[in-house]
Design a binder for this molecule. Structure first.
Ligand SMILES: [Zn+2]
Length: 619
């Protein structure tokens, strides 16, 4: 009886553990694709076999595919949205509405089978709904066989042919791609502007085309000796087959597969010490020859910095490919503009390569949490560029763009779906700048050392698992021992702002009393630095009650005095400085400039210039 009870307890206990691990189940895909690109008609004929593993606890009766190329047709949602935004992306503008029949993009489904049987589907713009002939049970898998024909559009944004730098094919969002399903349900968003989310899985892709083209893309080339183009080992003679050539790529544990092809690509390879082998594909001409060779050295340094600071890049290759249209990140590769100045080229390389950490390894849902992807990407690439060039005020640009958005009156909560902001400006500032400020400001909240420890722990805990905002915050809470959910809610889910000021200074009994005001709606802990006339400095640290503790001492060269915490409901706080006012040169709230205080004019008082008692309405 006792034995039975123990056994029962063990079963119940281990069931609990299994459940905890299952809490974040994720779907899985295995794509095998065989495609042929006709470089005369710009059409792709493809066979796609997709094994889909339902790891969810739900029985699925439908699945959804993205058919992204359909966005590049007059009257598409992307076209209409671009016509109706006050500040459309200039690269899109009204260009989609002017595409002719042989310039549009499309993906036509020729046949679709589930486990060998034809199944019905319904296409609405860029989304295809598929009704399963047989429900897909939890823990079961099914196989879809799909034949498609696509026309590669003239390049508008990201994908397409013959872009303005003359790259023949940017093949991104180019195949029917299964939408992600998770605990929130389906993420089958129409392609309006932003598109990145995907199911984790493996890709085996064979691409056949004219042998004069060179391909760079996701994954590892499986037949380098046949291909040549610098892929083969030095000294190997390569004879290109006449007619057509098949490139065979394989990529494991990625959320997408992208490639580009051009007859004029040069191909360089450089090994990052303890990191991936980098491949560079670019048209070697007077606009690129010098800058690309120089950028290659920066790319090596960038990967080294990222590996050391934020965690190890998880794949053994990465390709930087001239795509000629801004820059866009994909697994194990990026397509970036190739011409322009060296600094611009290094900047876009660093940004897109940093996505390998936040979009390609962590892969948070970019449509819902762009700030976790673009923001952390901007943040980390700013830090890397700073390490290379030694700029002061690494994240100043991000703060300035946030402050400018606040001043414009256009700010919306960063938590919105990326496609649903009222302006492109509000989206891009929320995603890039507010995301970067959110990260840098965390150093102010929990201390610089905790922050970097937390960033690495976050990456190593959540890579290949689609983390959500709370997952990030929990890692930072566990690392620092401080409570941070309020910070996420205020800064990302609302447009409430931070503004603190010094309102009053008086002298009494050989001491100085300063009163601080919380003017903004968002509470924060306060670093108040007092500079004495003898040149010494003292930091008065006032934690905020919701933080549930104090950040560690960051600067050992400055005395830190810890004061009682500031309950966030209190609009003001008075502190005592045990020195005469005549000993004090100045008082300043957050001279580190990490707190995103929208009005810094009321943050500093220089007593030498003011007569006491000092009074400032602070607004
Ligand atoms: Zn980006």
């Amino acid at each position: 009886m006792l034995k039975l009870r123990i056994a029962l307890l063990i079963i119940i206990f281990s069931y609990g553990i299994v459940n905890a691990q299952d809490y974040r189940w994720q779907q899985r895909v295995e794509y095998s694709m065989n495609v042929r690109l006709d470089t005369k008609t710009h059409k792709v004929a493809g066979d796609q076999k997709l094994v889909y593993y339902n790891n969810s606890p739900d029985t699925l009766t439908k699945v959804y595919y993205h058919l992204y190329f359909n966005a590049f047709q007059p009257g598409s949602m992307m076209d209409v949205r671009s016509h109706n935004l006050p500040d459309p992306d200039r690269r899109v503008g009204d260009r989609i509405s002017k595409l002719k029949e042989d310039e549009i993009g499309y993906q036509h489904i020729q046949s679709l089978k589930q486990d060998g049987k034809d199944i019905s589907y319904h296409i609405d713009g860029t989304v295809m709904e598929v009704i399963l002939s047989k429900p897909l049970l939890p823990k079961a898998k099914t196989t879809f066989d799909l034949k498609f024909e696509a026309q590669v559009p003239v390049q508008i944004r990201r994908s397409g042919r013959n872009n303005k730098e003359g790259i023949a094919y940017s093949m991104t969002q180019w195949y029917p791609k299964l939408a992600e399903y998770d605990f929130q349900g389906w993420h089958a968003y129409p392609y309006v502007a932003r598109e990145f989310h995907g199911v984790w899985g493996d890709f085996d892709v064979k691409i056949t085309l004219d042998p004069s083209y060179v391909i760079g893309g996701t994954g590892k080339l499986q037949n380098p000796e046949l291909i040549g183009h610098g892929y083969e080992k030095a000294g190997t003679a390569v004879k290109k087959s006449e007619g057509e050539l098949t490139w065979h790529f394989n990529a494991k544990n990625v959320i997408d597969f992208a490639w580009a092809a051009d007859p004029d690509y040069a191909h360089d390879r450089v090994q990052v010490p303890n990191g991936p082998e980098l491949h560079f594909f670019y048209q070697n001409n007077e606009k690129t020859a010098d800058t690309w060779k120089k950028m290659e050295a920066s790319a090596v340094k960038h990967f080294q910095f990222m590996n050391e600071t934020f965690g190890r890049y998880p794949f053994d290759t990465y390709s930087i490919i001239q795509g000629g249209d801004g820059g866009m990140e994909y697994p194990m590769c990026t397509l970036i503009m190739g011409e322009g100045t060296l600094n611009a080229l290094i900047g876009v390389m660093a940004h897109e390569a940093s996505h390998s950490w936040y979009q390609m390894a962590l892969a948070s849902n970019e449509s819902l949490y762009a700030w976790m992807d673009e923001g952390f990407t901007d943040f980390s690439s700013e830090e890397s560029l700073n390490a290379m060039a030694g700029m002061a005020n690494t994240h100043l640009g991000s703060y300035q763009s946030y402050f400018a958005l606040v001043a414009s009156g256009l700010q919306e909560p960063a938590s919105q779906h990326s496609d649903h902001f009222n302006t492109n400006r509000a989206y891009s500032t929320a995603a890039y700048s507010i995301g970067a400020v959110f990260a840098h400001q965390l150093k102010y909240l929990i201390g610089t050392e905790n922050f970097y420890k937390g960033m690495k722990k976050y990456y190593n805990t959540w890579k290949f698992r689609h983390p959500e905002p709370n997952d990030f915050i929990r890692v930072m809470e566990k690392t620092s021992g401080l409570q941070l959910h309020w910070y996420l809610r205020y800064f990302i889910y609302t447009t409430k702002r931070i503004d603190y000021g010094i309102s009053d200074i008086i002298e009494s009994d050989e001491s100085t009393f300063a009163t601080l005001q919380r003017i903004g709606e968002m509470p924060m802990p306060i670093d108040l630095v007092v500079t004495y006339k003898d040149g010494s400095k003292e930091l008065f640290y006032i934690s905020m009650n919701e933080l549930m503790g104090n950040k560690p001492v960051e600067d050992l060269t400055m005395k830190r005095t810890e004061l009682d915490e500031w309950p966030w409901v209190n609009p003001s706080y008075t502190l005592k400085i045990a020195r005469k006012a005549s000993d004090i040169e100045s008082l300043e709230i957050d001279p580190s400039l990490r707190m995103a205080d929208i009005n810094r004019k009321n943050n500093k008082v220089t007593i030498a210039e003011k007569t006491l008692p000092y009074k400032n309405p602070t607004r």
